[in-house]
Design a protein around this ligand. Structure first.
Ligand code: HEM
Length: 207
């Protein structure tokens, strides 16, 4: 029962934050992060392409990725698991690459930039490893890397929990933002490591 409730909370968080980027299309160009950016950056075509690619496809990755962890869906409908997996991998590739570019212009300077860049690299690397291992039939390696990949993706959720908390503690947006660029993902990866170590993963190989 506890497991089921935890999974439902997990899914609700992923869906709500996954849909959040749509706000940037509903509200005007002063919404959220855009309000803190200079007019020069807001007019930059490459930054805009990077930003909207990142938030839309990142949102989609988060929106669909949690489904892959439902054993029931995986067992009942392997075709659906494969289809979602392919979409997830493509969205991570594009959103992840875009995140590396927009990280260069991140609010808060080099600490924030580095935090998001390392996260982007971890996201791309673990997703690539997860995808390539299933291509050669290594199920346990695939599961392991996809747990890490989604833990990185879940940073979008944890960031939005940590940021208001840090703001309440420090009353300083820039300080909170610099901390959150690391805090949003490092604990997630540690938790993913713990899950991978303790979870009974599937058999190593399928032919
Ligand atoms: C996991 C790897 C991710 C990395 C490395 C990353 C990186 C970034 C960076 C660098 C920015 C711009 C920060 C700035 O200019 O100050 C940003 C903003 C944003 N990202 Fe991500 N991101 C990731 C995942 C996601 C996901 C999965 C979503 C899905 C919801 C997402 C949604 C957003 C949104 C909506 C913004 C605009 C800021 C806001 O409204 O909070 N990101 N991200």
């Amino acid at each position: 029962m506890t497991k089921k409730i935890t999974f439902i909370i997990f899914a609700v968080l992923c869906i709500s934050v996954g849909l959040y980027p749509l706000m940037y299309f509903i509200v005007d160009r002063t919404f959220g992060l855009l309000d803190s950016k200079s007019d020069l950056l807001l007019q930059d075509v490459f930054w805009n392409i990077g930003f909207y690619t990142h938030i839309l496809l990142g949102g989609l990755a988060l929106l669909i990725g949690w489904i892959q962890f439902s054993k029931a869906i995986r067992i009942k409908n392997l075709k659906l698991h494969r289809a979602i997996g392919k979409v997830y991998t493509i969205t991570v590739l594009l959103s992840g690459l875009a995140s590396l570019y927009i990280a260069c212009f991140a609010t808060g300077g080099w600490i924030t930039m580095l935090g998001f860049m390392v996260l982007g690299i971890v996201w791309l690397y673990t997703t690539f490893m997860g995808y390539s291992s299933i291509k050669v039939g290594n199920v346990s390696k695939h599961q392991k890397f996809m747990i890490y990949s989604y833990a990185a993706c879940f940073a979008a959720v944890t960031l939005r929990i940590w940021l208001p908390t840090l703001m309440a503690v420090f009353q300083d947006f820039l300080l909170a933002y610099r901390i959150v660029a690391w805090l949003c993902w490092v604990p997630n990866i540690i938790i993913a490591y713990w899950i991978v170590k303790h979870k009974k993963l599937n058999r190593p190989n399928v032919s």
